[in-house]
Design a protein around this ligand. Structure first.
Ligand SMILES: Cc1cc2nc3c(=O)[nH]c(=O)nc-3n(C[C@H](O)[C@H](O)[C@H](O)COP(=O)(O)O)c2cc1C
Length: 348
């Protein structure tokens, strides 16, 4: 569990429910807003926001804004399927209950945003370090992203740099494209995946639409908690599989969270006649200290590269573990198939 502080509202709710639809952009025709779908039943606002709660141990954060509950239902469905952490973005001034008043206010706020004035929100997040992917959900207002979420992205743009954002939206019938362009402009350094839009006609299929979207995003639905308890890492190089004993630090915890989803294959090349190094493709928290390595040491370099040592080196970096039963360069090189480029697959 790591360093995310939800300064205002964090809900770690795992409520299954309705259904989602697929994120193909629909043509965007600016149009009059439609009456929002009412959330079915009386459960739309059954969670009580307001109590700051530390983030869970998921790799996925689902952050959403929702006035009348539709987007919230989708957000909760994503959370349920992914075992994600849930966070509601709330406007500082509560939404208007009166629909017409809300329409007027939305138009005013959208006009203000165009002038660079973002309506204040209650919600902020200290950092997103622990998350591989952040799901960002909002209603479509006048073909645009609802204003509280625009403010949230605006306020957190620098913290979201380099992060992968998966946008999802609900609407009466409007498309999502305009809001995707808004999100890209608000967070120019974030990566964006395929999106999900649920309109009032596709909302009833929410569950299956969310499931197929998550499948397309290649995010694994099973955050297998049992895998998280292991202290052993399996490394496969060619036909050889060997094990390493993992260190006890937040870098390893984050790596295990990643590997609990899917094995990870890394291309590694030799460096300095002492190590093989390869990019993880994502960043892990760093716990750098001055270390003198030996054969078999698994090291995290600069938060984003895996190094397997077959000889000694001294540097400031993070220990991830140690290959079992290896004490010499020859033993380690034998497991790695000698020098030269390799692919190593890590799994729990
Ligand atoms: C201020 C406002 C503007 C809206 N504008 C549109 C719109 O342009 N196109 C559309 O299809 N639906 C529009 N809607 C309908 C909502 O997008 C839709 O009901 C959505 O599912 C509401 O999500 P929520 O329940 O999470 O608030 C608007 C609703 C409101 C309140």
């Amino acid at each position: 569990m790591k360093k995310l502080l939800f300064i205002t509202t964090v809900l770690l709710a795992l409520l299954p429910q309705v259904a989602c639809g697929n994120g193909n952009d629909e043509p965007v025709t600016p149009q009059q807003p439609e009456q929002p779908e009412s959330p079915s039943g009386s459960d739309a606002n059954e969670d009580t926001p307001g109590t700051p709660t530390p983030g869970g141990n998921s790799r996925y954060l689902v952050v959403y804004a929702s006035r009348s509950g539709n987007t919230e239902r989708v957000a909760k469905e994503i959370c349920t399927q992914l075992n994600g952490d849930l966070l509601e973005v709330e406007p500082e001034t509560s939404y208007d209950d009166d629909y017409n008043a809300m329409l007027d206010r939305a138009q005013e706020e959208l006009a203000a945003i165009r002038q660079g004035n973002y309506p204040p929100i209650k919600t902020s997040v200290e950092d997103f370090d622990k998350y591989d992917m952040i799901f960002v959900g909002y209603p479509i207002w006048y073909s645009s992203m609802a204003t509280p979420m625009q403010t949230f992205l605006h306020n957190h743009a620098s913290k979201l740099a380099g992060k992968t954002l998966a946008l999802f939206a609900t609407s009466g019938s409007s498309g999502i494209s305009t809001s995707v362009n808004e999100a890209r402009a608000l967070c120019p350094e974030a990566e964006f995946t395929q999106t999900l839009l649920l309109t009032s006609s596709s909302l009833p299929q929410m569950e299956s639409r969310v499931a197929s979207w998550l499948e397309q995003l290649n995010v694994n639905i099973d955050n297998n908690p049992e895998d998280m308890n292991t202290n052993t890492l399996k490394l496969t190089v060619g036909s050889k599989t060997f094990t390493a004993t993992l260190a006890d630090n937040s870098s390893v915890e984050a790596l295990k969270e990643r590997l609990a989803q899917n094995p990870l294959t890394i291309s590694m090349t030799d460096y300095g006649d002492m190590e093989k190094v390869g990019a993880l493709g994502f960043s892990l928290p760093r716990n750098d200290t001055s270390i003198t390595t030996g054969p078999g040491d698994l090291i995290l370099y600069q938060g984003s590269s895996l190094v397997i040592y077959y000889d000694t080196n001294s540097w400031n970096f993070t220990r991830l573990g140690k290959v079992d039963g290896v004490t010499t360069r020859a033993q380690m090189l034998d497991l790695l198939g000698g020098t030269g480029e390799i692919e190593v697959t890590l799994s729990l």
